[in-house]
Design a protein around this ligand. Structure first.
Ligand code: GLU
Length: 563
């Protein structure tokens, strides 16, 4: 590792750490790296710790791009090392031109939290960066103030942290407006763009007729002057637009001289004061180029944008990244539209962005779906361009692989009723916390004569049931009133009688439990030990997996995960 003196070594380590993980490096991590590479500094630990704080502040003051440039020039080996450490997990088809590492990005709009649709782009790009090594940029695309929710900045970052993506740096487009303005001027100078002051309706008519608008052929100087007037507020909203010169004969009217910058004063942007904003195609190209993006994996719904974006690359003479467009993915059974979600939350129809009827990642997390299950399910779908529908069953199967070995088993009795069992006295049942892991031990359920049983399992045609881990019970009916009697301990007899083996709870001490499912609430009772599982996924035997969401004086609230 490079670095002749402690300060230099610390600076390079902090820089490398910041390029790799984004954000501000932790002092401990930086000091640890330096000390293991330079044992000779160990006697100077105190001094090194003080210096570490200084250099971290220096690194924190650099922009992500400056960090990359500095690391490349000061310690090329440390920059290279970031690319060398790839996992070689070939789960996806090869990407052309990726042999020496990739730079990829995930570019959500901060209009709400991330949902499963976003997870596909986020996870596929992440997997490729892991496969080939390289940088993975989170780019917050917030240059359309109409589509910015100030709270979404943090939500998106939280969702990404939950997915444990290997993001190496984060950029926010609203902080980069001067860069886009500068490039716009350059593009005008190159004759690739012009300022159009036609009214929108007029422009549209001309465009449909494949006719150039009067602004298209005005000289560069005139365009530069008009551009300045856009920036200095001489023009108001709707009065001027920068357009990219494309091909007016393009069969698709949407390709013809599409807009690149517009004026917008309302709504105001929550983060910057601006009058002129780049449109998505321009800011995406500018940043893909400036950040050195090599490969772009995105949905087929962006194919037209890719075509538009190529015009901008061609005007600048820039190298075009490698694109892959995956097919559309229908997702049924949950609400995904941000506006519909927001409306429902404001109306009180949904409890929040993590309401389990929504398709957000936070709703999945609340239900006990693991981020790795989301990743595996999305990777299994892959980057094929055929349209598919998202398979919940597959997501649940992936999640089950993860939660089944760890989830403790408990009894939850839905819609319970209390039954006295004749012929049995005090008994103690030992029920295993996990059938595959005896070391975890068992729950002890003490029978004292009466139990809570699931009403749905006690029907007129049920002659016998076995209370799991306890004994068999026969049922006899007097009209609509059942009575219950002890019928021996033999599991073999229960099997021979084809008795259902059902969950039960001692009537004394059963804890009220509400199980929330996407279809509605199930009320019941559960074992007292469930109160110790807050935040965990458990398996309610015969019911399914559930995440314990809240434990209070009035009992337990759990969210149904899947069967
Ligand atoms: N911000 C764009 C979106 O979320 C993505 C842009 C891109 O992938 O190029 O649709």
């Amino acid at each position: 590792m490079a670095g002749k003196n402690p300060k230099e070594a610390l600076f390079l380590c902090a820089l490398q750490n910041a390029v790799k993980h984004g954000g501000v490096p932790q002092t401990g991590a930086v000091v640890g790296m330096v000390m293991s590479a330079h044992p000779e500094f160990r006697p100077r630990a105190k001094e090194v710790a003080v210096l570490a704080k200084e250099v971290i502040a220096d690194v924190a003051a650099l922009t992500p791009e400056e960090r990359v440039v500095k690391l490349q020039s000061l310690a090329p080996d440390m920059y290279e090392a970031l690319f060398a450490k790839h996992e070689h997990r070939r789960v996806l088809p090869d990407l052309e031109g990726a042999e020496h590492g990739v730079v990829m990005r995930f570019a959500p709009n901060p209009s709400g939290p991330l949902h499963i649709g976003h997870a596909r782009a986020a996870v596929l790009n992440d997997a490729y960066v892991k496969q080939y090594g390289g940088r993975y940029i989170l780019r917050i695309e917030d240059t359309d103030p109409k589509r910015v929710d100030p709270e979404a900045y943090d939500m998106v970052k939280e969702d990404i942290a939950w997915l444990r993506l290997g993001i190496t740096e984060t950029v926010t487009q609203s902080e980069r407006l001067p860069l886009y303005y500068d490039l716009c001027r350059k593009l005008i100078e190159r004759g690739g763009a012009y300022v159009c002051i036609c009214n929108n309706e007029r422009f549209r008519e001309l465009k449909q007729a494949k006719i150039a608008c009067p602004c298209r052929d005005q000289p560069v100087e005139k365009n530069l002057g008009l551009w300045e007037r856009m920036l200095d507020h001489t023009f108001n909203e709707g009065e001027a637009t920068v357009r990219i010169k494309t091909d007016l004969n393009n069969p698709d009217p949407a390709m013809r001289d599409f807009p690149a910058f517009r004026i917008l004063d309302s709504p105001p942007h929550p983060r910057v004061i601006a009058h002129v904003y780049p449109l998505m195609n321009f800011s995406v190209v500018a940043d893909d180029h400036l950040l050195g993006v090599t490969h772009v994996i995105r949905g087929k719904d962006h194919i037209a944008n890719t075509r538009r974006q190529r015009y901008i690359y061609d005007h600048f003479g820039w190298k075009v990244p490698v694109y892959r467009h995956y097919g559309r993915m229908g997702i049924e059974g949950v609400v995904l539209s941000t506006s519909q979600m927001r409306f429902g939350i404001n109306e009180g129809k949904y409890s929040g962005w993590d309401d389990i009827r929504l398709g957000t990642l936070r709703a999945l997390a609340r239900r006990g779906i693991s981020p790795d299950a989301v990743k595996n399910a999305v990777l299994a779908i892959g980057i094929g361009d055929t349209d598919i529908s998202f398979s919940w069953d597959n997501l649940y199967a992936e999640n089950k692989k993860i939660v089944d070995p760890v989830a403790n088993r408990y009894f939850f009795v839905p819609d319970p009723f209390t039954a006295n069992i004749d012929g049995a006295l005090h008994r103690t049942a030992h029920a295993m916390l996990h059938p595959g892991d005896t070391a975890r031990g068992s729950r002890i359920l003490v029978f004292e004569g009466s139990v809570e049983l699931p009403r749905g399992d006690i029907t007129h045609d049920t002659a016998m049931v076995r209370l799991k881990d306890l004994f068999n019970v026969t049922i006899s009916w007097d009209g609509s009133i059942p009575s219950f009697a002890y019928a021996g301990d033999s599991l073999a007899e229960a099997r021979a009688a084809k008795a259902h083996i059902i969950q039960w709870l001692p009537a004394q001490g059963a804890v009220p439990c509400t199980l929330l499912t996407q279809e509605g609430e199930i009320t019941g009772v559960c074992e007292p030990l469930v109160t110790k599982e807050l935040g965990n996924v458990v398996q309610f035997e015969r019911v399914g997996f559930a995440r314990i969401d809240a434990v209070g004086n009035d009992g337990v609230t759990a969210y149904f995960t899947h069967k």
